[in-house]
Design a protein around this ligand. Structure first.
Ligand SMILES: *[C@@H]1O[C@H](CO)[C@@H](O)[C@H](O)[C@H]1NC(C)=O
Ligand SMILES: *[C@@H]1O[C@H](CO)[C@@H](O)[C@H](O)[C@H]1NC(C)=O
Ligand SMILES: *[C@@H]1O[C@H](CO)[C@@H](O)[C@H](O)[C@H]1NC(C)=O
Ligand SMILES: *[C@@H]1O[C@H](CO)[C@@H](O)[C@H](O)[C@H]1NC(C)=O
Ligand SMILES: *[C@@H]1O[C@H](CO)[C@@H](O)[C@H](O)[C@H]1NC(C)=O
Length: 942
């Protein structure tokens, strides 16, 4: 076996051990890993599939400029012709329009049922009476005001023509001399003014309409020709005393503005302000909110200029007389090339899907951390020398590496299958964003892991967070993002939750990718971060700060929780005095000292002697170690360990016996650094357990009562890991692991390479013992090592412990007297927090024995006779046990001879039936029961 003087494992050795263990562990979890990797691939493929389907749909003829087959030269063969003239109305918007058509400018006319009439909520009597609504012949109203009434009235007179001026040979072009209007809905694109293709009539405004003034005309617009009914409509110019009156009237007439439900719509309203002969100053009310009931609001920009022209024209005529005119003949849109609709679905669904994809790493990290906590593996590793530094470094870098690989694969895959979400946005922004986020996520998992102790709960909570965040993000948070009236501050507050900042970032990528796809440009670039609407900058800042804060808090709380240090541990100075004079303040222990038996007292004196010597070779020295749990809920304080002094050299196995609840576990927990002693201390190899625990761990082995093993790692991998932590390397490590496996009978038949989760209870136990002994630690604690073992395994286990004992101090707790007798050089019986006696098994038996145990079973009727018989043998015999005819007595050795006992039994047999009888020397078990009883009786009395 390798020498134990390897010294503590260096940082890199520990890191290496942990890394190898983690990689193996990950390899084993192949199913969850597969699921983890397949999920994003699946989502990407789904997105791609949707994209392909949508693209195919958009490539259909109804979403592109139309083509028809026409026979141009009459030879019976047709030629494919494309363009706006061969397209349906649906297709037309996609066609190229190199030279757009022109048409006379129109006014927006309210629909007949909405035109302004007299109503009780409006004080003006000059409006038409509402009887006109029945015949759909209501006039349309124009309101005017200004500072000079005379001037205003003369302007108003020339705004609406008094007659129709038409050149019959060219109706379309002479339209511009009249004031045309339409009640049809405007459109976003005005390549063809919808008024001309609408079923609604075109109107021409007139001061008075003759009956029968409608006519129909064919209007050529671009290549098409529209048959259109054109009717006269009366225009009413009404003067108001102030602009506020007009405002009020417009407000009250708005379709949804008044409570009566009445509607009074106005064509346009003019305020001529201070206009006079030298100055034309006018402000015009127009209605831009004509819209479809479906909710989109096309702005009828082409129907506003006509109202401006009306005013200018009137002013020109006021200045120069009715002969002059500002003609506003035609309007037309600018030409455009052929366009196609392109929708990027990865951008539409990306934020939701990718939030899931990236967030799902969170439960992975979380459960992995909680697993080691739930199974107390973290403590187990720590007790075998794994420092906090390497644990944090390696675990963190490991998860970071895992997440990074995952993200790189994901983004690469998404780009390869052609998702614009990834392709259009700058990869360096994506890299920065994802990198900061995964760091934040890992830190958050470390922080949150502290509040979970069960893997199942952690998993469930983790996935609820994943899906919940995605859904809340997609259906609530995004809604807030798009609502520009929602306070930005609250968005920032919501983004403090990492899931939402992730969603926001992905949302911004999606916005840029979508716009980029639609317009055929690129996505987000670094310079776009300064754009006020782009939330990426704030998200990056929030996440970076949060990452550092969360990481610090997580590390800090881990230190507090896992080491039980006080919350201000970094303020306190560490004392590095390795050896301390025994403390003299021992007033509290006096009572116990007095009642302690001489053997326990002797041990205490030995310890005090040893502590005064500067050099000693004891492996363990406990110096009046105490543990008091503070009283809770009105209960008194609980003394778990009441001043234990013990010295143990290397090569000795000390057995600790005691009933349940005697304080053995508290003692072991103090020695292994899980809890702090209330007073007193212990030295392991000269190092103080109060402040040099991390050095002690490197030469310590623990076999806990419950097996702390990774279910998916094999026995060999466990030993390799702990061997590395004990600074074994190369061939020495392989050899040590092999020896260790052989010694606990786990080597043959492939057992060593089976996963520990599939081991039987006994095999797990043996593996735990092997772990505690690997690397030849100076001190080993074994908590009931042979529980649940079959006799064969138990005896082979005992051999292992015996062999290990040669260079190691072992403290062993057990309930098996046989085991104690077999393995231990000295025994201590621990009752109610203190040692009742201490010595080697033979001594104890001699000291507490001194009597024979006589057992006899008869029928119940003869119990009294048996008792008489025993009294005759020895008057001071004690009955220790009696149940349905079976009685047990202790007979003092000095009063009784074995031969007398036999004679007495023969005599008894002749008088009544004896079912069974026996006489035996005291066993360790009897000693144990006696000592335990005695101590408890004392405590009851006191
Ligand atoms: C109003 O306008 C008329 C003619 O347009 C002008 O004669 C008159 O002086 C103006 N009145 C005022 C108060 O400016
Ligand atoms: C009517 O239009 C035709 C064709 O543009 C033109 O030749 C003719 O002079 C016009 N007549 C009047 C009265 O403007
Ligand atoms: C507007 O002013 C004229 C002249 O001052 C006055 O007669 C009329 O009552 C006023 N109209 C309203 C509604 O105040
Ligand atoms: C302006 O247009 C909207 C939408 O068609 C209509 O509801 C509203 O009544 C109009 N307002 C006026 C003052 O005409
Ligand atoms: C136009 O009218 C407004 C409002 O009365 C006034 O503030 C502005 O000075 C006028 N403009 C001119 C050039 O007189």
């Amino acid at each position: 076996m390798a020498d134990s003087s390897n010294g503590p494992a260096s940082f890199s050795t520990q890191a290496n051990a942990l890394l190898r263990k983690n990689v193996t562990f990950q390899k084993r979890n192949i199913r969850s890993n597969l699921r983890l990797v397949i999920f994003p691939f699946l989502l990407c493929l789904v997105l791609n599939l949707i994209q392909v389907l949508v693209n195919r749909e958009l490539d259909k003829p109804s979403f592109r400029c139309g083509c028809t087959c026409v026979d141009t030269d009459g030879d019976g063969k047709c030629e494919e012709k494309c363009g706006i003239e061969y397209s349906s109305m649906d297709q037309a918007p996609f066609c190229p329009i190199p030279s757009p058509p022109e048409w006379p400018p129109l006014l927006q006319i309210p629909a007949p049922q909405y035109r302004a009439v007299q109503a009780d909520f409006i004080p003006f009597e000059d409006l038409p009476s509402d009887s006109c609504k029945k015949t759909n012949s209501c006039p349309v109203t124009i309101l005017l005001t200004g500072s000079n009434l005379t001037l205003g009235q003369s302007l108003s007179a020339s705004m609406i023509p008094s007659s129709l001026t038409l050149n019959a040979s060219d109706i379309f072009y002479s339209m511009a001399n009249n004031v045309l209007g339409s009640a049809s809905k405007p459109d976003v694109s005005n390549f063809i003014e919808p008024a001309f293709s609408s079923d609604l009539p075109l109107y021409y405004l007139q001061e008075h309409c003759a009956s029968n003034s409608s006519f129909s005309a064919s209007l050529p617009i671009g290549p098409a020709s529209f048959e259109q009914e054109i009717s006269c409509i009366r225009g009413l110019n009404l003067w108001r005393n102030s602009s506020s009156e007009i405002n009020d009237e417009l407000y009250k007439g708005y379709r949804k503005g008044n409570s009566q439900g009445a509607i009074n719509e106005i064509v346009a309203a003019y305020d001529f302000l201070n206009t006079d002969t030298t100055r034309f100053n006018v402000s015009i009310w127009y209605n831009s909110t004509y819209k479809n009931d479906s909710g989109n609001t096309p702005f009828s920009s082409t129907r506003v200029p006509r109202s401006v022209n009306l005013a200018s024209n009137a002013y020109l005529q006021f200045l120069l007389g009715p002969g002059s005119k500002i003609l506003f003949e035609f309007v037309k849109e600018m030409p455009k090339p052929e366009t196609r609709i392109r929708l990027d679905f990865s951008s539409l669904l990306g934020p939701l899907f990718f939030t899931w994809v990236i967030l799902q790493l969170f439960p992975v990290v979380l459960t992995s951390l909680v697993y080691e906590k739930q199974k107390r593996l973290r403590i187990m590793m720590k007790m075998h020398g794994l420092g906090d530094g390497p644990y944090w470094m390696i675990s963190y870098s490991y998860f970071l590496l895992l997440s990074t690989v995952y993200m790189v694969v994901f983004v690469t895959f998404g780009s390869l299958i052609g998702l614009n979400f990834f392709k259009l946005n700058d990869y360096s922004i994506q890299a920065a964003f994802y990198f900061i986020y995964i760091n934040l996520q890992i830190s958050a998992a470390f922080l949150v892991a502290a509040s979970f102790s069960n893997v199942k709960t952690a998993t469930v909570v983790g996935y609820v967070i994943v899906f919940g965040t995605g859904l809340l993000g997609g259906f609530l948070f995004q809604f807030f993002l798009q609502d520009s009236s929602f306070p930005r501050v609250w968005i920032i507050v919501m983004e403090l939750f990492p899931g939402f900042s992730l969603y926001r970032g992905l949302y911004e990528f999606a916005q840029y990718a979508f716009a980029g796809t639609y317009m055929g440009t690129v996505g987000m670039r670094w310079k776009d971060l300064s754009d006020g609407n782009n939330g990426m900058k704030e998200v990056l800042i929030i996440m970076s700060i949060e990452w550092l804060v969360v990481l610090f808090v997580a590390f800090y709380s881990d230190q507090v929780v896992s080491t039980g240090r006080s919350p201000i541990f970094f303020i306190r100075k560490k004392t590095h005095s390795s050896f301390r004079k025994p403390s003299l303040e021992r007033q509290g222990s006096k009572v116990f000292v007095q009642m302690e038996r001489s053997d326990v007292l002797q041990e205490r004196e030995k310890v005090e002697q040893l502590l005064l010597e500067s050099s000693n070779h004891q492996a363990i020295i406990c110096d009046n170690l105490k543990k008091v749990y503070p009283g809770r809920d009105g209960n008194p304080e609980k003394f778990a360990v009441r001043g234990l002094s013990l010295a143990l050299p290397r090569g000795e196995c000390f057995g600790m016996l005691g009933p349940n609840g005697a304080g053995k576990t508290s003692f072991i927990n103090m020695m292994t650094g899980l809890i702090k002693p209330s007073s007193g201390t212990a030295y392991v190899g000269g190092l103080d357990i109060r402040n040099q625990m991390s050095s002690i761990y490197t030469s310590m082995g623990v076999c806990p009562q419950h097996d702390l093993l990774w279910e998916t790692l094999t026995g060999r991998e466990h030993l390799l890991f702990y061997g590395r932590l004990k600074n074994l390397k190369g061939a020495a490590l392989t050899q040590a692991v092999e020896d260790s496996l052989k010694s606990v009978n786990l080597f043959h038949g492939g057992v060593a390479d089976k996963q520990a989760g599939k081991y039987s209870g006994g095999m797990k136990r043996r593996l735990s013992v092997a772990i505690s002994l690997i690397g030849n630690p100076q001190v080993v604690y074994m908590d009931e090592p042979s529980t649940g073992l079959d006799p064969a395994s138990r005896s082979s286990l005992w051999n292992v412990v015996k062999r290990a004992k040669q260079h190691t101090a072992i403290i062993l707790t057990t309930h098996s007297m046989e085991e104690a007798e077999h393995l231990c050089d000295r025994l201590g019986i621990f009752v109610d927090g203190s040692l009742q006696c201490i010595g080697n098994p033979k001594e104890l038996r001699a000291r507490y024995g001194g009597s024979y145990v006589f057992t006899m079973t008869t029928s119940m009727d003869h119990e009294a006779e048996v008792e008489n018989l025993v009294r005759q043998l020895s008057p001071s015999a004690i009955k220790t046990y009696q149940i349905s005819g079976t009685q047990k007595f202790e007979l003092p050795k000095n009063e009784v001879k074995i031969a007398d006992v036999f004679q007495a039994v023969e005599k008894a047999k002749s008088r009544f039936t004896v079912h069974a009888w026996g006489v035996a020397d005291t066993t360790l078990e009897d000693v144990f029961i006696k000592v335990a009883r005695g101590a408890q009786a004392f405590n009851v009395l006191s």
